[in-house]
Design a protein around this ligand. Structure first.
Ligand code: HEC
Length: 144
């Protein structure tokens, strides 16, 4: 279990960061979608750990990556640009302060996962994280 998680995290770090960086210069829509994919990947890792054995190093790695991702959300969504593939709603740019507050809520939730010390505290943090995803997606992501 531990080695699988470590491998996942290692992959996430080596594969997503340089790619997101390269894309952020070329295409803001692809870059923000890439950021959200990493948010999803880190959350999945945390969810897997919450249901298995607590692994402090793996939690720390995924939670701090999620925290860093959350901090990047406002900047990555600043450009009011759309493509056909994007699920972003125009409401984002009509309520950008509220959108930023919802990104901040994810940042705070990720911080509580960083502070988790066992499966129970991680589980509580996961509830907060899930709530933060849902609150933002409900208002600002196209439902398909
Ligand atoms: C502050 C708002 C906000 C928060 C918080 C947020 N999201 Fe998102 N998310 C969005 C928006 C907007 C999109 C659509 C972006 C686009 O398609 O341009 C999106 C898209 C996604 C996608 C699709 C990415 C793709 O294009 O393949 C995933 C996966 C995702 N979010 C997961 C999550 C998870 C998991 C969380 C919580 C841990 C979360 N998001 C929190 C706003 C948010």
């Amino acid at each position: 279990m531990k080695s699988t998680l470590a491998a996942l995290i290692a992959l996430g770090v080596v594969a997503t960061v340089p790619q997101a960086f390269a894309e952020s210069h070329a295409d803001p829509v692809a870059a923000r979608m890439e950021l959200m994919k990493d948010v999803g990947a880190q959350t999945k890792i945390l969810g897997t750990i919450a249901k298995a054995d607590f692994d402090a190093d793996a939690v720390q790695a995924a939670a701090s990556a999620l925290h860093a991702d959350a901090q990047q959300i406002p900047a990555k969504f600043e450009a009011n640009e759309m493509t056909e593939k994007s699920e972003a709603l125009p409401a984002i740019w009509e309520n950008f302060d509220d959108f930023k507050d919802k990104a901040m809520a994810l940042e705070v939730a990720a911080k509580s996962a960083m502070d988790a010390t066992d499966t129970a505290t991680l589980g509580a943090a996961m509830g907060q994280i899930g709530g933060a995803c849902k609150a933002c997606h409900e208002d600002y992501r196209l439902k398909k």
